[in-house]
Design a binder for this molecule. Structure first.
Ligand code: NDP
Ligand code: 2IT
Length: 444
């Protein structure tokens, strides 16, 4: 049995109860075969793959907090420090009731390769809690965030581990957490990214993931002889990534017909109105049912459905495994040409295969949504030099990074004879730098 297969078998046995982690590791390991086969004996002797799939550290802790009626509650907090071969641990914090060890481990594992692809010196980590921010008051959110940091502060630092936002964690939550860290440690350092502009945040970090997704998509289409201008797109989600993906897609001349939240979805034949969406989601924190009040021509539907709309480009920007085999079939049947993943692992393994078999250009998450963490690393640089760059400067760097990522993954796919398999290309290109660093640093 090959070293890759042995490692996959070991994972299946040891982590049978962690399906998302198995899905992410199996996909990556499977596509690393041509790299591993070159020096299989040497890598095996160093237990390279076993060390790659086992996090450096898994921190799980209790988070008590008090609600508006004085009632105390307890949630579970996580921080998985996966790999710091190429830089300090870096990755977001997810606050969502579905959070569990399998989800945080899959996200942390993906982050290793994504962060490497940015070309910047950042290792992989992820964290969060099964706390549900929905329907909570600001005071309740503050109580949770302060108590979360009361434990997390022990394990993080500007040169150790730098958390950031993810689902359910935006500027408000980062602010409360930063305040707690500063108070406990008496240190005003760049320990979190996605901070407010007034206290060390970077311009364009809010926009970065969505904008970066479109910069990479535009380049991928261009290199395949397609102009993004005039194309139609379907977006899922209506959070941070989705909003700025819609904004940039519209600026580039595409028309976005859909968006969604966990209750339902919107179809707007005139193109999603980003200003209305920002007011509903960022300012008022309401549900998408409100959208029709701004755009009477639009339709609101309960449940799932964005992938049934006929579009040229699909941009999943909500959550993992949201684009399933039946959705992939509907997209292909409707003549879709490209899928670019804004969310982490939004496409099921079966759907990935179907899309690739049908020659859809598929830009995988670890490349396509790397603009967020890349700009976080730019925020870290600005914090270190105690300077602030302009929006234009950060945005230009972001665009350069995304174009570079596209070419690196495309070149890697070509180098190993995998054509336009960007999924494999991104895994290999992200892995190579981590591999070199791990081998140079010896068994540790
Ligand atoms: P937000 O919390 O801002 O928005 C999440 C959106 O997705 C909301 O519209 C939410 O709907 C929807 N959603 C979340 N979970 C589910 C679910 N289980 N089923 C259906 N809909 C769901 O998060 P972000 O926009 O920041 O993150 C979206 C995705 O992008 C995630 O996969 C995240 O890991 C990834 N990502 C984020 C980055 C960032 O910088 N923020 C960077 C790179 C990737 P509702 O409000 O109803 O829950
Ligand atoms: O999934 C991701 O890359 C993020 N949530 C952003 C992480 C970061 O450190 O900015």
């Amino acid at each position: 049995m090959s070293y890759v297969d042995e490692t996959i078998e070991m994972l299946k046995e040891k982590y049978a109860a962690q399906p998302e982690f198995l899905q992410a590791t199996t996909e990556v390991l499977d596509s690393l075969r041509p790299v591993i086969e070159q020096k299989e004996e040497e890598y095996k002797r160093e237990a390279l793959l076993e060390r790659l799939v086992e996090p450096d550290r898994q921190i799980i802790f209790r988070v008590p907090w008090i609600d508006r009626n004085g009632q105390a509650h307890v949630n579970t907090g996580y921080r998985i420090q996966f790999n710091n071969a190429i830089g300090p641990y870096k990755g977001g914090l997810r606050l969502h009731p579905s959070v569990n060890i399998s989800i945080i481990k899959f996200l942390g594992f993906e982050q290793i390769f994504k962060n490497s692809l940015t070309g910047l010196p950042i290792g992989g980590a992820k964290g969060g809690s099964d706390f549900d921010p929905k329907g909570k008051t600001d005071r309740e959110i503050m109580s949770f965030c302060k108590n979360f940091m009361l434990e997390l502060y022990k394990y993080i630092g500007a040169d150790t581990d730098v958390p950031a936002g993810d689902i359910g964690t935006g500027a408000r939550e980062i602010g409360y957490m930063f305040g707690a860290y500063k108070r406990i440690k008496n240190l005003h350092e760049g320990v979190l990214t996605g901070k407010g502009i007034a206290y060390g945040g970077s311009l364009a970090r809010t926009e970065a993931t969505g904008y970066g997704l479109l910069y990479l998509t535009e380049e991928m289409l261009k290199c395949n002889g397609i102009d993004i201008k005039g194309k139609t797109a379907a977006v899922s989600g209506s959070g941070n990534v989705a909003i700025y993906a819609i904004e940039k897609a519209t600026q580039l001349g595409a028309k976005v017909l859909t968006c969604s939240d966990s209750n339902g979805w919107v179809y707007d034949p005139d193109g999603i109105d980003v200003a209305a969406l920002k007011e509903i989601k960022e300012v008022n924190r309401q549900r998408l049912t409100e959208y029709k009040k701004y755009r009477p021509n639009s339709e609101y539907h309960e449940g799932r459905g964005v992938w049934t709309v006929k579009v040229d480009i699909a941009l999943p920007c909500a959550t993992q495994n949201e684009l399933r085999i039946e959705d992939a079939k509907a997209l292909v049947a409707n003549g879709c040409i490209a899928v670019a993943e804004g969310a982490n692992m939004p496409t099921t393994a079966e759907a990935v295969k179907y899309l690739q078999d049908n020659n859809i250009l598929l830009a995988p998450a670890k490349a396509a949504n790397a603009g967020g963490v890349a700009t976080s690393a730019l925020e870290m640089s600005q914090n270190s030099e105690r300077l602030n760059w302009t929006f234009e400067e950060v945005d230009a760097k972001l665009r350069g990074i995304m174009i570079n990522i596209f070419h690196n993954m495309s070149d890697a796919a070509e180098k190993y004879g995998m054509g336009k398999n960007y999924v494999a290309g991104a895994n290999i290109a992200g892995f190579e730098k981590v591999l070199n660093a791990m081998m140079a640093q010896g068994v540790c």
